[in-house]
Design a protein around this ligand. Structure first.
Ligand code: PEP
Ligand code: MN
Length: 357
């Protein structure tokens, strides 16, 4: 995807981050226009609103449908903002393009489905659209890239990604876990791909929008897509994560744009230290694996099984406790230990299978 084109819209600042804002869903003409007017008054240039809403369960608000496209047309005519909406089928693409929607985005439930992605891609052939692809609900970078490749293969060159976090089972601080390393890896794999961050869907709560937006800015994301509603408490979908246009304006004004030049020198010194520490970490891990292989040899000679649950449990518990005392998150430490243990087991299995000893 080397020939991707930057997303440049006349009248929209090319300074990062590019801001897209608007309600989760278009509900009524009045709600759409009131929100749009307030956002426009704060200088927002790109308006989002979901017309077709993929809901987890039937019975929730599933979007107003094509009627809402007329309201988006009014937003454009009255405020001059560009408009963006979610598409999930061929019919959505055709209706949105016919209504002059400037940016199409593909939702997380759709990008996880290659059939749906291909249908959308086929509908986009010959259309000079701007398309943003949200990450699939599951943390699968290849699936995300594959979804974008389908759109790219249809001829779309103004293509971008939106990081909206990943679902996981159970209750967490975030509605969708950020797993920042995944969008970072995406940026490494496709360097010229603009990546937006959606702090609203990652956080799921109003109070998390500002810190997540700041983190995204610090990490160099191209833009932010933020849900904003004229009356969030009465929103028909995602009400706990939407902010009023005034609050959004406050959040955007509070964002700190780090001066990259001034900080790079100190940063380089710190990065050298990190490089050194990573080397040491790899050496230490290798030492641990060597000993683990020796243990594997011993277990083999004494016909013992590889994994002893009691020992495994002790390792996890004692290390997690220690890490927590040092200020690291127990979840993080557990993930690290499980990964180390998996590799250790893999290497011991190799020892077991090695018939030369
Ligand atoms: C949305 O943007 O309102 C939406 C449905 O998001 P996602 O696909 O990320 O859940
Ligand atoms: Mn939403």
């Amino acid at each position: 995807m080397e020939d991707l084109q930057p997303i440049i819209l006349p009248g929209v600042s090319t300074q990062k981050p590019m801001i897209i804002a608007g309600p989760c869903s278009a509900e009524t003409e009045e709600q759409v226009l009131t929100t749009a007017r307030q956002l426009a008054a704060h200088g927002i240039k790109i308006f989002r609103a979901g017309i077709w809403k993929p809901r987890t369960k039937p019975g929730g608000f599933e979007g107003i449908g094509v009627e809402g496209l007329e309201w988006l047309k009014k937003v454009k005519a009255e405020t001059g903002m560009y408009v963006a909406t979610e598409v999930a089928t061929k019919a959505h693409v055709e209706a949105a393009v016919a209504a002059g929607v400037d940016i199409l985005w593909i939702g997380a439930r759709t990008s996880a489905n290659p059939f749906a992605m291909q249908e959308i891609a086929d509908a986009l052939v010959g259309i000079d659209a701007i398309v943003l692809v949200k990450n699939p609900v599951n943390p699968d970078l290849e699936l995300w890239i594959g979804a974008m490749q389908r759109i790219y293969n249809a001829g779309v060159r103004r293509l971008g990604a939106i990081h909206r976090g990943f679902s996981s089972y159970g209750k967490h601080l975030y509605r969708n876990l950020p797993q920042w390393h995944i969008p970072m890896e995406l940026g490494r794999r496709i360097p010229n791909l603009p990546i937006f961050c959606d702090p609203s869907h990652i956080g799921g709560k109003r109070e998390l929008v500002a810190p997540l937006a700041q983190q995204a800015v610090d990490m160099g994301f191209e833009g932010l897509i933020i849900e904003s509603h004229c009356d969030p408490d009465c929103a028909w979908s995602d009400k706990s994560q939407q902010v009023t246009p005034d609050v959004l304006n406050y959040i955007l004004n509070m964002l700190v744009h780090r001066d990259t030049k001034q900080t790079t020198e100190n940063l380089n010194i710190l990065r050298q230290q990190i490089d050194q520490i990573d080397n040491e970490l790899i050496e230490v891990l290798n030492k641990r694996m060597r000993i683990s292989r020796e243990i594997g040899q011993y277990k083999k000679e004494h016909s013992m099984q590889i994994v002893q649950i009691g020992r495994y449990d002790d390792i996890i518990k004692s290390r997690v406790k220690l890490a927590e005392e040092m200020g690291m998150s127990p979840d993080f430490m557990k993930d690290v230990l499980v990964a180390i243990h998996d590799e250790s087991v893999r290497q011991q299995v190799q020892v077991f299978n090695d018939r030369t000893h």
